[in-house]
Design a protein around this ligand. Sequence first.
Ligand code: PCA
Length: 218
Amino acid sequence: MSTSLPRILLTGFDPFGGESINPSWEAVHALHGKRIGGHRISALQLPTEFAGSLHMLKEAMRELTPVIVLGVGQAGGRQQLSIERVAINVQDARIPDNAGAQPVDEPVIAGAPAAYFSTLPIKAMLAALQAHGVPAEISNSAGTYVCNHIAYAMLHLAGKRRGMRAGFIHIPYSPAQAARRRGAASMALAEVVRGLEIALRTAIATPLDRKLGAGTLD
Ligand code: PCA
């Protein structure tokens, strides 16, 4: 495996909230070591823990110096791949994390800005996904749990490095998870993996985002 290719760091999470799998990890793991658009993918599993995830993310970003960092997490109940536009500087946990921590209204990084916008081309990614028949949407909130926390931290850390871009995508339940919940939407693993590949190819090829309407009134 060539080590000279520019790196993409792709993160997923371990299971949380009583689930036995987290499809975000299954999906990013499937891309580990792959070459996409002249870049090499490194997949990293983060613990669903506020403190632990941040620590591991920092180490990996320092070690790999990726040009793109894409975080992936599960948001059961979402119906499509949800490309996050923004991450906010707050932790407000409805359930304890996997280490038992349940911060309420604490900053992700004290003294840092209230929010960061994704530095990946979210509209171009949306258009590419839709063109390839993958259901996708722009989301204007990554929540206030560990995913938002890590999305915020990625953007904070990437912003300090020239040429390093970052963003976050939430994914729906897997079919097996949805089968236990009446009416819940799901997306098969292969489709999530295909979607992530399309999103990454688009991010690589699009230094400046497109201007496309995708707003909501809710
Ligand atoms: N989803 C959670 C944390 C880990 C994950 O996969 C969230 O949306 O915050």
